[in-house]
Write a protein that binds this ligand. Structure first.
Ligand SMILES: Nc1ncnc2c1ncn2[C@@H]1O[C@H](COP(=O)(O)OP(=O)(O)OP(=O)(O)O)[C@@H](O)[C@H]1O
Length: 260
């Protein structure tokens, strides 16, 4: 079995808005099935644009190979069955109950009864089944974000891409969402790619970390191997120490910002 046939490999992916190339010749992988990849990088590095390129939204060239198949060559509908993309911000409230909104995310893929079961299951996994009958338009920002995640996982994608899935959540819900997402990856063999600004959260839950800067991949690997004070200085312009805690995980202690 070649590397291409085990998980996700991205080769030379370039993503543009009109003539403006944002992500340039991005290559990464293989990312094995069942793993969580955290995508880190400063504001405007191109993280959301990269996710859109992988999902086949917008103008992209290059290869996105999953289990040996170049997704870019598949018809849009086939690609959409394999990939779910949860964008950074959610559309304003539409007049649907939460359960209907989650069901609608998998409409056309399975029958109505199965969709209802899957939708309840997705909400229950996320600890949000009590929201099922509420109007989507009446949810708080954090509740809306959890429902958006349910809308992504209900489709049972093979690649689940989450753009800042914890940005509106309190500490308990951040941990719960990351634990659910990791469990789902392991259970279903899903590859999860999550853009996270919360570096400690990424270090705790991700199997590997990719760092993007100015539209290019700076480094990809296990956090313990790649996260160094020099990397944090180069990417974020901060002065920080990287230390290993008693559980073997690494921790970042920020001392200040570097003047540029
Ligand atoms: N629709 C668009 N048209 C033109 N340029 C865009 C568009 N969306 C984003 N950009 C530009 O692409 C660059 C990367 O934006 P992107 O949203 O991918 O960054 P990001 O790393 O996700 O940022 P953040 O962490 O701030 O969310 C930015 O310079 C931004 O101005």
């Amino acid at each position: 079995m070649t590397d291409d046939k085990a998980g996700l490999v991205i080769r030379g992916l370039t993503v543009a808005y009109g003539r403006k190339k944002i992500v340039r010749s991005f290559s990464l992988g293989p990312v094995p099935r069942g793993e969580v990849l955290a995508l880190l990088g400063p504001n405007a590095a191109g993280k959301s644009t990269l996710l859109r390129g992988i999902a086949g939204l917008g103008s992209a060239s290059g290869q996105v190979v999953f289990d040996g198949v170049d997704l870019a060559r598949l018809p849009r509908v086939e690609r959409a069955k394999r990939i779910a993309y949860m964008p950074q911000s959610q559309p304003p409230g539409i007049r649907l109950a939460v359960i209907e909104a989650v069901m609608s995310a998998c409409s056309g893929m399975i029958g109505r009864q199965a969709a209802m079961r899957e939708a309840y299951d997705a909400l229950a996994r996320l600890g949000a089944d009590e929201l099922a009958m509420l109007p989507l338009s009446e949810l708080s920002g954090g509740q809306r974000q959890i429902v958006a995640l349910a809308q992504a996982i209900v489709r049972r994608p093979e690649i689940l891409m989450l753009d800042e899935p914890t940005s509106a959540l309190d500490l308990k819900h951040q941990i719960h969402v990351m634990e659910c997402t990791t469990a789902l990856a392991r259970e279903r063999g899903t590859i999860v790619i999550a853009v996270l600004h919360d570096v400690p959260l990424a270090l705790r839950y991700a199997d590997s970390v990719a760092v993007l800067k100015d539209g290019s991949l700076k480094v990809h690997g296990r956090a313990e191997e790649i996260v160094t004070p020099q990397l944090l200085a180069d990417v974020y312009g901060i002065e920080a120490r990287v230390e290993r805690c008693s559980l073997g995980r690494i921790q970042i202690m920020v001392d200040g910002t570097l003047s540029r």
